[in-house]
Design a protein around this ligand. Structure first.
Ligand code: PLP
Length: 495
């Protein structure tokens, strides 16, 4: 299978290994497979009694055709092993007959990014071999919190790689900040920037596009690669858990093979929900994709009007991993709906004016698959409480935004299908806000909230979030966005 740019001005197709190694296409577009593989019901049936690792290797082999089946099975088995995912890789918890929660946070950092970032460094390592690369791959990450830590854990001490992470200084939770600033490993560097997530992300994008920086890095024997969800190596592993969840629902008799379900995803950069869309296009029986947003509801508006307009207020919410105004992976959907030429034009318009408008027929095509709802801060807090009271189920702030979208979707009378809701973080990752939502009281600070929440609910704290306060801060630095290029060069030169 070959990969091409969503903007296509670069005519060559590349292999999966090259797409994973490069991250971003040379013309600034995102890599997409030139055609989508299919998944027949009989194949789904064949996966029902397989382990997560085997399901994963099977689905990935359809996309990563230059990787041997045995290589993929080895990598998936190591990535999703029980010592890394003690609660299972992606278990489905049924709250009632029609609402099923796909828990994607049983990995080393307690958020769904682990699902991709535990396997992606292995795929990159192989990609370096497959492409004869001798330089060091330096992973550059802009993060709104969860990606950064998950990438640091995934890449730490992986040979022939370095990883540098930039996060908005006031845009992540205290626990997220501590997770990153105390990161262990010899090949890691973490910097806070004075700005928001979009400043961090556009800073990273500019560095990727800067030929002069690339030249200087090359002289150091270093090249840049991304771990953001724009990398196909991030996206492909996310397709797997939707297939896996469907297999589990069939296996336990909740749905019959072939029965359509709806999938709701708390959305920021549009990576997770786009992976569900790919699964749907391959043949997984999904009827509707419910795109859940918080007060930063740019995607809700886009799915309603066809206008994507980032010229609007930016809100810092208690679901910070969704505080995003430019959802990069939406470009991939535009590519599938409108083709490369129009996608390039939309992205140009976005860069120049901060907005673009798709045609009514394009919007209609998108709305065949997607519907958007947003949940404000007050509703989010109420949903955390209601969900706990009704089901005894403790959910985090992002998942609660999804709960809000499910509720609104149901109330709209659009469907009575069963819903699979992607739960993207452990409630303990956002314990302060979860505790306050639950009790109406402050737990003091975020670290105290971890203990207060487990005391109140009896739900155990995941191991990666214990003893947070006792770890040594290795990366206290805060820099202006303008210093990002210099930080990159300095870290690349460090031996
Ligand atoms: C990253 C993240 C999201 C958003 O996922 P996207 O793929 O960027 O849409 C939602 N919730 C949590 C907890 C996250 O870490």
């Amino acid at each position: 299978m070959k990969y091409t740019s969503t903007r296509h001005t670069h005519p060559d197709c590349v292999s999966a290994a090259q797409a994973i190694k490069n991250g971003l296409a040379p013309d600034g577009g995102l890599y997409m497979p030139t055609e989508l593989p299919t998944l027949a019901l009989a194949e789904i049936e064949g996966l029902i009694n397989k382990t997560y690792a085997a399901r994963s290797a099977y689905i990935l082999s359809k996309f990563l055709t230059d990787y041997a089946a045995q290589e993929l099975l080895e990598d998936c088995s190591a990535a999703y092993a029980g010592d890394r995912f003690p609660g299972g890789a992606a278990p489905v918890v049924s709250l009632d007959g029609s609402l099923h929660v796909l828990e994607l946070w049983h990995g080393p950092t307690a958020a769904f990014k682990d699902m991709a970032l535990q396997i992606m460094p292995r795929l990159l390592s192989r990609a370096l071999q497959k492409t004869g690369e001798t330089r060091t791959a330096m992973i550059l990450v802009a993060t709104s919190g969860d990606t950064g830590k998950a990438a640091l854990e995934g890449y730490r001490d992986v040979p022939q790689t370095k990883i540098q992470v930039f996060y908005p200084v006031d845009g992540v939770s205290r626990v997220q900040k501590l997770q990153m600033t105390t990161q262990m490993g010899d090949n890691v560097c973490v910097r806070a920037i004075r700005g928001n997530f979009d400043d961090a992300q556009s800073g990273v994008k500019r560095i990727f596009a800067d030929a002069e920086i690339a030249e200087k890095l090359d002289a150091e024997g270093v090249f840049l690669s991304s771990a953001n969800s724009i990398n196909w190596g991030r996206l492909a592993p996310q397709i797997v858990y939707y297939v896996s969840a469907y297999c589990d629902l069939v296996r336990n008799g909740t749905v019959s093979l072939g029965e359509e379900i709806d999938v709701c995803v708390p959305t920021g950069n549009f990576g997770n929900i786009f992976a569900a869309f790919i699964a749907k296009q391959m043949g997984l029986p999904i009827a509707r994709l419910i795109c859940a947003s918080n007060t930063n509801n740019i995607l809700t508006d886009f799915l309603e009007t066809g206008v994507y307009d980032r010229n609007r207020a930016f809100y810092t919410t208690m679901s910070p991993s969704m505080d995003i105004l430019v959802s990069s992976n939406l470009e991939r959907l535009l590519y599938l709906i409108s083709g490369a030429e129009k996608t390039a034009a939309y992205m140009r318009s976005l860069a120049e004016t901060g907005a673009y408008r798709i045609s009514d027929s394009e919007l209609a095509l998108i709305r065949n698959h997607f519907i958007g709802f947003y949940t404000d801060e007050k509703e989010t807090a109420a949903l955390i409480r209601d969900t706990y009271e009704k089901y005894g189920y403790l959910c985090d702030t992002h998942t609660a935004v999804g709960m809000g979208a499910v509720r609104k979707y149901r109330e709209s009378g659009e469907s009575n299908r069963k819903v699979l809701l992607a739960s993207t973080a452990s409630p303990y990752k956002f314990a302060y806000d979860v505790y306050r939502s639950l009790t109406g009281e402050s737990a003091g600070d975020e670290l105290a909230a971890l203990d207060a929440l487990t005391e109140k609910t009896g739900v155990p704290i995941p191991a990666p979030l214990t003893n947070m306060g006792e770890r040594k801060v290795r990366f206290p630095e805060v820099v202006p966005p303008a210093d990002m290029p210099a930080e990159v060069l300095a870290f690349a030169a460090r031996k």
